[in-house]
Design a protein around this ligand. Structure first.
Ligand code: ACO
Ligand code: ZN
Length: 178
């Protein structure tokens, strides 16, 4: 995605001329801005302590995108889940995409792609075997985005959302395993 990592400050500078955003690690001071974007862009809202616990436990893959005024216009957060393997009692770790959103005015500029491109290697460091997520079956834009990143629909979770909508459960295996 045309970025260079500045390892001292965890800032990714963006050289894509569609957008002048910066991708960087979320801080505690950013949570208000993250919650703002979430409440505007997604019907699934979480309490403050939920964001805080994701930030405390999985800070490397909790990223924000800021615009040229330094305002938060997007975020991505992941968590690691330990789940029994289908064929044994072994526990496998999966990277679960908890939430991603970009402000309406900043969409289709590659910001969500950039958030994914920088957060997936970070969550992969927790020795996950696959990345997983749920998405509304009507959310064509997000489904397209995930397919671009190699996710495939594995199953449907009936009435996953509070309003009764079904979710696709999408999975991407971590490369180089098996
Ligand atoms: N329609 C069709 N394809 C789309 C759309 C869309 N609305 N949005 C993204 N894509 C696909 C396209 O292939 C796009 O490439 P292109 O622009 O070159 O055609 C590619 O994804 C990359 O798009 P980005 O610009 O990186 O995505 P954007 O920054 O616009 O953010 C997002 C996409 C996060 C889905 C945004 O529309 C959004 O915030 N929506 C509301 C919140 C939401 O639905 N989040 C996902 C919920 S599921 C979950 O969090 C696990
Ligand atoms: Zn990038």
């Amino acid at each position: 995605m045309g970025t260079d990592k500045d390892s001292r400050s965890n800032v990714f500078t963006n050289n894509d001329n569609r957008s002048q955003h910066v991708i960087r690690r979320c801080t505690i001071e950013d949570l208000e801005g993250v919650i703002d974007v979430n409440e505007r862009e997604l019907p699934e809202d979480y309490p403050y302590f939920f964001y805080k616990s994701i930030l405390d436990n999985f800070p490397e893959s909790f990223l924000v995108a800021t615009n040229s005024h330094g305002r938060i216009v997007g975020y991505v957060m992941w968590r690691v889940e330990r789940i029994p393997a289908k064929d044994s009692l072994r526990l496998l770790s999966k990277g679960h995409l908890v939430s991603i959103a970009v402000s309406t005015a900043s969409r289709r500029k590659g910001i969500a792609s950039d958030l994914l491109a920088h957060s997936m290697p970070a969550i992969e460091k927790s020795n996950i075997t696959e990345y997983v997520l749920e998405v509304r079956v009507s959310n064509y834009g997000a489904i397209d985005l995930y397919k671009t990143f190699g996710f495939e629909i594995e199953s449907i979770k009936k009435k996953y959302y509070r309003d009764g909508e079904n979710a696709y459960f999408m999975v991407k295996k971590v490369e180089g395993l098996e």
